[in-house]
Design a protein around this ligand. Structure first.
Ligand SMILES: [Zn+2]
Length: 187
């Protein structure tokens, strides 16, 4: 699936999942969901799409206007930098442990660990709920990868589907999910 599809699908799925969990849909959770939804693919052998998204966001901080400079720019710069640091931390782990694409980083267990850790740590400080969001976003990523021909491994099984990355169906899912996201926020 394209990153566009991962991000747009993460929001409505996350809204449903967050309602099932004892989690409020706060800004850190939504931020975590979007970042988590694209994170597992840092195990691609080349590049680091998470970090490059962070760079894109941080670069927007340079756009000058008075309101932008005072309020928007610092926030974008901080968010972008956080995403860059997160992206490169994950990439370093992938390199050090020599993880294959769609291997350990595409494990539902890892996502559940994020949710549990975030749930416990958010009792100390609400900002830690970002980890719950990352775990939820991570699961939405895995659900979408299960719809592609190469699929993902769950235990000793491999779950796959017919949706080819970059195909019309891929984009169609992204657009439909974007509409669901808008409806989810309104309801
Ligand atoms: Zn993936």
């Amino acid at each position: 699936m394209r990153f566009f599809t991962h991000i747009s699908a993460s929001v409505p799925i996350a809204i449903i999942m967050a309602r099932a969990l004892p989690t409020e849909i706060s800004v850190p959770v939504i931020f975590g969901v979007v970042v988590g939804s694209i994170s597992p693919d840092v195990d691609f052998p080349h590049g680091n799409t998470v970090a490059s998204w962070g760079r894109k966001i941080a670069r927007r901080a340079k756009r000058r206007s008075v309101i932008g400079l005072v309020f928007v720019a610092p926030a974008l710069y901080v968010l972008g930098t956080l995403i860059i640091v997160w992206g490169w931390t994950l990439k370093a782990i992938v390199k050090i442990l020599d993880l294959p694409h769609r291997g350990a980083l595409h494990s539902p267990l890892l996502a559940i660990l994020f949710i549990l850790a975030g749930g416990v740590l958010s009792l100390l400080h609400p900002l830690f709920s970002v980890l719950v969001g990352i775990g939820i976003g991570w699961i939405t990523h895995l659900l979408l990868d299960m719809m592609t021909p190469s699929g993902i491994a769950v235990g000793k099984w491999r779950i796959s589907g017919p949706v080819v990355t970059g195909s019309l169906v891929d984009y169609a899912i992204g657009i439909v999910m974007l509409v669901f996201a808008a409806i989810g926020f309104v309801i």
